[in-house]
Structures are given as structure tokens and as C-alpha cells.
Design a protein around this ligand. Structure first.
Ligand code: F6R
Length: 259
């Protein structure tokens, strides 16, 4: 089932998804969370951090989607560092249970397989948070990525490097390569929660949710997953065709059905 929830504001999405993660932690204190970087999931992390005093989240493990190649883990622009400062510390997670793929150029040839093994050893990912790139990427699986791909090194598109230049002093500093969970890896998470906000994401959200499943729109792979929740604001929902049905289903959602 691909459920589409349309919210008025990103903060509302943050509350909704944070509640779902809190409920997961209540049911399964040692649950495994898949975390994304970028701007989109920040309202979720903010909400979770606000409730972190309860200690409820302390047993969770987390796996990041991706990492740049060639940035040291203590480089503030590395996803190791971003996850540490935006997720691990504010949510009170145990740093030894928070993982990101290694972008160390010296060990790249085995880094993908090692990351896959670590996810499997943790029992797989229960809930995977996802953003979406304007070029349709999921994780850093750029257009053309195999729908069955596993964690591996990819070359970033110029579009993605431009989009992420805001985190660097100059666009040239954005690494050319990354290591990312594959689309096949992401598909194995038990619940996918894809978030998108703003008009800039409207066309790609429509393509991913309602268009053909194609490696050319990597995020369209979510249509092959049995449990997906897409949470979008009105602007990001503005090019969806089936929007009346999504609102109808939301209004008549059975009480027992969580996110
Ligand atoms: C981040 C990631 C990317 C982002 C995407 C959207 O770990 O894997 O797929 O989710 O680039 O980025 P924002 O949220 O900054 O628009």
C-alpha cells in the first residue's frame, strides 16, 4: 500500500512521523531506524529531540542512507558528523549503535558489503526515513540506478552536487562520489516513510508516486514496496493526480491503522 498523507506544514509532518517512531520504540525498544540527511527530515528529528527526555528512544539503533567519499567522519560536512549532531546527540541514541557507510577511500572496495552485513546483523531496518532529490534520487541512487542495487559507490549528478553545495563553501568542494544504500537495500526496510516539502519537489513526487516504475526515477521503486507512507505538504502534492482519493482515504482511515 502506498499511502499519501497531505499536511499543511512540514512541522505537522514532523509531529506525525515522530509519533510513529515513538510508537515503534514503545512496541520494540531495540527497533532499527533508517535515517536520512538533508533538510527534509529535520522537523522529524526536532520533534523526536523534544520528547527524548523520556529515554524511550535510547534503545534504538540507526543506519544512515549514505555518505560522501573522502570526507573524514569528523568533517562537519560528512554525513557521519551530520547524523551525530542532528540525530545521535539530540535523540540520546547510543553512538555505538548509530552507523553510516564508510567513505574512506582506502577501504571503499569492501565498504558496501560491510555495511550490508551490519544492517543484516542488526536484523534489518524497521522504519526507513527518506527524502527525495529533484532528479528522483533516493539515498544517493541517481537516475539509472538498478532497482535491485546494493550499497555501493556512485557518482553524483551535477544537479545533486549543485543542490548540496549549500552545505559547502563552494560548489567545487562537493565530493564527486558517494557511497549509498542501494535501491534493493532500501526496499528491504519494513516500512518506508518518504517526506517531501515545497513546490520544487512537486513534479518528482508525482513521478515517483504515480508514474511508471523506472530506474530513471529511482524513487519510483517505492511503488514495489508493500508498506510505504508518503508525507507531503500541499506544495509538494500539487502535481499528484489522485489527490482527491488520498484526502478521502486519509479522512476515512481506520482508527487501528497507524502511519
Ligand atoms: C540524504 C539523501 C538524499 C536526500 C535528498 C533530498 O541522506 O539520501 O536522498 O534525502 O537529496 O535532500 P533535501 O532533504 O535536502 O531536499
Amino acid at each position: 500500500m502506498t499511502e499519501v498523507i497531505i499536511v499543511q506544514h512540514a512541522d505537522e509532518a514532523g509531529r506525525l512521523v515522530a509519533d510513529a517512531i515513538t510508537a515503534l520504540a514503545e512496541r520494540t525498544p531495540a527497533a532499527v531506524l533508517g535515517v536520512a540527511t538533508g533538510s527534509t527530515p529535520l522537523p522529524v528529528y526536532r520533534e523526536l529531540a523534544a520528547g527524548a527526555g523520556s529515554g524511550l528512544l535510547g534503545g534504538l539503533s540507526a543506519f544512515a542512507l549514505d555518505e560522501y567519499v573522502g570526507l573524514a567522519p569528523d568533517d562537519p560536512r560528512s554525513y557521519h558528523h551530520v547524523i551525530h549532531s542532528e540525530v545521535t546527540l539530540p535523540l540520546g541514541l547510543d553512538p555505538s549503535r548509530v552507523h553510516a557507510p564508510s567513505g574512506d577511500p582506502g577501504t571503499l572496495s569492501t565498504a558496501g558489503a560491510r555495511y550490508e552485513q551490519a544492517i543484516a546483523a542488526a536484523g534489518g531496518i524497521d522504519l526507513q526515513l527518506l527524502g527525495i532529490g529533484v532528479d528522483g534520487h533516493l539515498g544517493f541512487n541517481e537516475p539509472g540506478s538498478s532497482l535491485a542495487s546494493r550499497t555501493r559507490v556512485k557518482t553524483l549528478t551535477e544537479q545533486t552536487r549543485r543542490d548540496n553545495a549549500r552545505f559547502f563553501d563552494s560548489p567545487d568542494e562537493v565530493p564527486m562520489h558517494c557511497i549509498t544504500q542501494g535501491l534493493g537495500t532500501i526496499r528491504e526496510a519494513r516500512h518506508l516513510v518518504l517526506l517531501a516539502f515545497g513546490a520544487r519537489k512537486a513534479a518528482v513526487v508525482a513521478a515517483a508516486v504515480e508514474g511508471a516504475v523506472s530506474s530513471f526515477v529511482p524513487a519510483s521503486v517505492i511503488q514495489l514496496h508493500p508498506h510505504v507512507t508518503v508525507v507531503v505538504d500541499e506544495a509538494a502534492a500539487s502535481e499528484l493526480r489522485n489527490v482527491a482519493y488520498y484526502r478521502h482515504a486519509q479522512q476515512h482511515k481506520p482508527d487501528w491503522q497507524g502511519l
